[in-house]
Design a protein around this ligand. Structure first.
Ligand code: MTE
Length: 313
């Protein structure tokens, strides 16, 4: 499958910083670890061709230093493979993502099933360095590659009655050993209010650190909502459905008193079992203060005016 980005973009839109890393260069840079990672990609058939072409770096990119890729790819929450963060990379290495389809359906005038190649042709890819804060108290900074979710939603022509967006992960217990166990209700489901989903910070990511997403980070396509706890950023998505009523996410089904629908990063509202005031960035020793909306208040605060964020946690 080709990862070359289409040529519709005007040269004026391409920044000086544009990157066009081919895998060879990338592997040279990051060494054999990445070699192994992309050997995995080879098997899954996603990365045969050139790496992703990033068209621009977007304004919302953070100035924080990206976390070491080893940490980001070897400390993962992906319960479909394991509840042990250190085991996900290994257990997901044979997961196949070739011929992946995503269906956009529900309350839209243009429902459609998209192949990954369709999406890559339709939407310019951007690199965005985002802070990523897990509800469990660790955080990282990741250079994601993707495009705004709103681009895809707009193309699908949402109907006036569409108030929420529901996302669903692939259900494939033969390749995802965690799905053989009832730790969560499968498949994994998440949701956003439509205005959250249309916010330019919310992206669908297809890559990171200059190349395709490794399996453990949600290949071939996942959501990234940087102002919310990491569990909202659902991985390996196969369905996006516009709906009228608030979806009940997998984590709400598991423990609604602990995991709310909104899940905005909020140091003032503790998790019932622990404080959310501090976080440890992977690779760092000292904890740092957690920021309201993960530091994105100026961009997203207006979405929640007049809402009691203790009730709507
Ligand atoms: N998506 C699916 N399908 N299954 C999961 O278990 N875990 C979530 C989220 N998306 C999860 C998921 C949680 S709790 C976090 S913190 C992030 O993915 C972790 O993403 P990362 O491993 O790329 O850091």
């Amino acid at each position: 499958m080709s990862k070359n980005f289409n040529s519709k973009i005007k040269s004026s839109e391409i920044t000086d910083k544009q990157l066009y890393l081919n895998r060879r260069k990338f592997m040279k840079k990051f060494g054999s670890l990445i070699g192994w990672m992309f050997l995995g990609s080879h098997i899954k058939g996603v990365a045969e061709a050139a790496a992703l072409k990033i068209v621009k770096k977007y304004d919302y990119t953070s100035n924080d230093k990206p976390t070491n890729i080893q940490n980001v790819t070897h400390y993962n929450n992906f319960y479909e493979f394991s509840t042990e963060k250190e085991d996900v990379a290994d257990l997901s290495k044979d997961f196949t993502t070739n011929n992946w389809n995503i269906s956009v359906e529900g309350l839209v005038n243009k429902p459609k099933v998209y192949g990954m190649e369709d999406l890559l042709k339709l939407f310019p890819l951007e690199e965005r360095i985002y802070r990523h804060r897990c509800v469990e108290g660790w955080s990282m900074v990741v250079p994601w590659i993707g495009f705004p979710l709103s681009n895809l939603l707009k193309l699908s022509l949402p109907q006036g009655s569409a108030k929420f967006v529901e996302f669903t992960t692939v259900y494939r217990p033969d390749q995802m050993p965690g799905q053989k166990r009832s730790v969560l209700n499968w498949p994994y489901v998440e949701g956003l209010r439509i205005d959250e989903a249309m916010h330019p910070l919310a992206i669908l990511s297809v890559g990171m650190y200059g190349d395709v997403l490794p399996n453990q980070d949600g290949a071939p396509i996942r959501l990234i909502v940087p102002w919310k706890y990491g569990f909202k950023s659902i991985k390996s998505i196969v369905r996006i459905k516009l709906v009228e009523n608030m979806p009940i996410s997998t984590w709400m089904q598991a423990a609604s008193n602990e995991y709310g629908f909104y899940a905005n990063v909020n140091p003032q509202v503790d998790h019932p079992r622990w404080s959310q005031k501090k976080e440890r960035r992977l690779g760092e020793f000292f904890k740092r203060d957690t920021l309201m909306f993960n530091g994105y208040t100026d961009l997203v605060g207006h979405l929640y005016t007049n809402m009691d964020l203790r009730k709507n946690f």
